[in-house]
Design a protein around this ligand. Structure first.
Ligand code: HSE
Length: 309
């Protein structure tokens, strides 16, 4: 007989934006934009998956589904017995757009296992365990960390462990994601990166990324603009997503702190105060917005939410 602390678990997992410009493979921000997943453990070997929303036409409905793979790996870590499952996924986070959909799927799977095991995710050490398992599956921590903890994170690998530091984000910071109607795989976006970079470019990024926590904590728009400049990855990736590079350049020319979101092709804009009307107005005048969908988002401050039923 199966023994679970809960037989039905819900998780709400945020989208994330990695890099934030200069913090390549290190910085990340959790966005108030969520996938919601329900899982019920079954005393059989069957897997029954329903997908609503993003990926409904393309994602596998068996053990190959990334959430199920992560759930299985974490179930082993958390000493759960074997089980079948019924899963319902309400997917809002678009895929292959630079909003961390695969990290969110992995964090969802690991969190579902934690919920089934009855682990208390309000405890910091349980969140740390979820982060370690999820980062190991993903292979790098920059999207996983904000999806687990919320807010702005800076993550790194220390020996075999992944580590992260959470930084305060001022309540006045708003985010806008510009979602294009085209995709770009992270794998493609990583292939074009050079193996070495000019020393001066490294220096630019070191100073900018060091400024970023102060800009986010103080909601300082001038500093935010400077702190989101990047020379290490965005210029090399621009030819793969020229429309994104053009939109980012345009937004920066209008004074808005803008970056490529993660590996792209979404564009992220950050501003201390609600600039939605202004962004609508300037983009309507300066950009062909027919291929873009602009979404105004809050910063998520809680990370993945797990509720057992
Ligand atoms: N830091 C990663 C990149 C984010 O820019 O390639 C995507 O996982």
């Amino acid at each position: 007989m199966m023994v679970f602390a809960a037989s039905r678990v819900r998780v709400d997992v945020p989208a994330t934006s990695a890099n934030l410009g200069p913090g390549f493979d290190a910085c990340g921000l959790a966005l108030g934009f969520y996938d919601t997943i329900y899982v019920e453990a079954l005393p059989t070997q069957s897997v029954d998956i329903e997908i609503i929303g993003e990926g409904a036409d393309t994602l596998p409905r068996d053990e190959r589904h990334l959430i199920v793979k992560a759930l299985r790996a974490a179930a082993e870590e958390f000493d759960l017995p074997e089980f079948g499952l019924r899963m319902k996924a309400y997917n809002r986070i678009p895929q292959s757009r630079g909003m961390g959909s695969s990290a969110s799927a992995i964090v969802a799977g690991v969190s579902l296992a934690a919920g089934l095991a009855g682990l208390d995710s309000t405890q910091r050490e349980i969140r740390d365990a979820i982060f370690q398992v999820a980062a190991r599956i993903e292979g790098h921590p920059d999207n996983v960390a904000p999806a687990v903890y919320g807010g702005m994170t800076v993550s790194w690998k220390s020996g075999q462990d992944f580590r992260t530091q959470i930084y305060p984000v001022h309540k006045d910071i708003h985010a806008w994601i510009f979602i294009p109607n085209f995709e770009l795989s992270t794998e493609e976006a990583r292939k074009v990166l050079p193996s070495t970079v000019p020393y001066a470019d490294a220096l630019t990024n070191v100073s900018r990324v060091a400024l970023l926590p102060a800009a986010m904590a103080n909601a300082d728009n001038d500093l935010l603009f400077e702190a989101t400049e990047d020379t290490l990855h965005q210029p090399y990736r621009a030819p793969l997503m020229q429309a994104s590079a053009d939109l980012m350049t345009f937004l920066r020319s209008q004074g808005y702190a803008s970056t490529i979101s993660g590996a792209g092709p979404c564009v992220l804009a950050l501003h201390a105060s609600d600039a939605t009307d202004s962004l609508h107005n300037i983009t309507a005048r300066g950009v062909d917005m027919s291929h873009w969908h602009m979404v105004h988002l809050s910063v998520d401050r809680s990370g993945v939410q797990i509720s057992a039923e």
